[in-house]
Design a protein. Structure first.
Length: 364
């Protein structure tokens, strides 16, 4: 059976890992547990070792020492703390857990992370950039601000850790692993052969894979709708890279001018957030992104300092997300990247989107 490393960090949900691991084993995973040093304060290492048949590792081994765990085929970070997410996104490997995660990115292993900071830490701009960076690397990050506890709170039923969602995503990951001399993961691209089957991932399934199916669109500011169908197309209104805070209010986690305050990578992260909002807006009007035949055109506006000349590279953050959701064939689009001297609220990027509707829904 394929091997899943469960990486535990220091948070209350780590105490519930034994029951979760038992469920993963029944799903068909061989599970090994690895913990950060602070994670050991929350989990029951003896119980996890009993369930998995492997010791819980938390420290780097000496070169002459044998490996006590089989090689990983996939990883899950449960829970992913504020510190772990930020260190990981910056390539820090000062713990065994982070070293394994950074190596897994380089190996192309499937990784699912479920961050669990409090709601205030989740609004920190560095955290938002780190999450965007991990997603840009292909990490599936399951994050909805409505899940997160308030500062100083252990959370109640309405702030329950997303165990069911996490297990469902890992079960889906399991179906995309191919048996061979070593298990190999293949991303669910259209027409790809996965365990002898052809997987035609729909846009809605892609949203689940990316942890974006629960994203709510930004609240309209003014008298307009999220989008309008016309002539077989769907024209999505312009928006910025906002996110919802714990109270459901929109805010910009990344602000500033490219070439003065922000790097190109930070601009790309903001552009990705813009694309996420554009898709959430289209989905709110259409009911499902499966009604979209293809992405037609993306128009982006980049808040640029004088002399900044990398707007196309910035807008790639949005284009990459659209292609990830709709696939290379249907997601690749026409595009224009425009330089702007300013945008409201110091937003780094704004964009609008044109989609083509499927023939069977154009008359709805």
């Amino acid at each position: 059976m394929p091997v899943l490393y469960v990486i535990a960090c220091g948070g209350r949900p780590a105490a519930d890992l034994p029951a979760f691991v038992e469920g993963l084993r029944s799903d068909g995973w061989t599970v090994c547990a690895v913990s950060t040093p602070s994670g050991l304060k929350f989990l029951d290492a003896a119980r996890l070792a009993e369930i998995t048949g492997h010791p819980v590792r938390s420290d780097y081994k000496r070169p002459e020492e044998p490996d006590v765990l089989p090689p990983a085929d996939a990883m899950a970070v449960v829970p992913a703390t504020f510190n772990t997410v930020n260190k990981w996104a910056h390539g820090t490997s000062d713990t065994l857990a982070l070293g394994l995660l950074n190596e897994a990115v380089g190996l192309g292993l499937p990784i699912v992370a479920a961050p669990w900071p409090n709601a205030a830490l989740a609004r920190h701009p560095v955290f938002a950039r780190s999450v965007a960076e991990l997603r840009a690397w292909g990490v599936t990050v399951l994050l909805d601000p409505s899940w997160l506890p308030a500062p100083g709170s252990e959370g109640g039923a309405e702030r329950a850790f997303p165990w069911t969602r996490l297990r469902d995503v890992l079960a889906d990951t399991l179906t995309r692993l191919e048996p061979s001399s070593a298990w190999r993961f293949r991303a669910p691209a259209r027409g790809a052969k996965i365990v002898g089957m052809t997987i035609n991932e729909s846009p809605e399934q892609a949203l689940v894979r990316l942890g974006l199916d629960g994203v709510k669109p930004p609240d309209p500011v003014g008298r307009f709708v999220y989008g309008v169908p016309a002539g077989g197309f769907f024209f999505v209104s312009g928006t910025y890279g906002t996110r919802k805070d714990a109270d459901g209010r929109d805010h910009l986690p990344i602000t500033g001018k490219l070439g003065r305050d922000l790097t190109v990578e930070e601009g790309r992260a903001s552009a990705r957030l813009v694309a996420i909002n554009l898709l959430a807006m289209a989905r709110a009007e259409l009911g499902s992104l499966d009604r979209v035949a293809r992405v037609v055109r993306l128009a982006g506006y980049v808040n640029s300092a004088p002399g900044f000349a990398e707007a196309p590279a910035v807008l790639n953050g949005a284009s990459d997300l659209l292609i990830d959701v709709f696939g290379e064939e249907l997601g690749t689009h026409a595009r224009i990247a425009l330089y702007q001297p300013d945008l409201p609220g110091e937003a780094p990027v704004a964009a609008e989107l044109t989609l083509l509707l499927r023939d069977d829904v154009q008359s709805d």
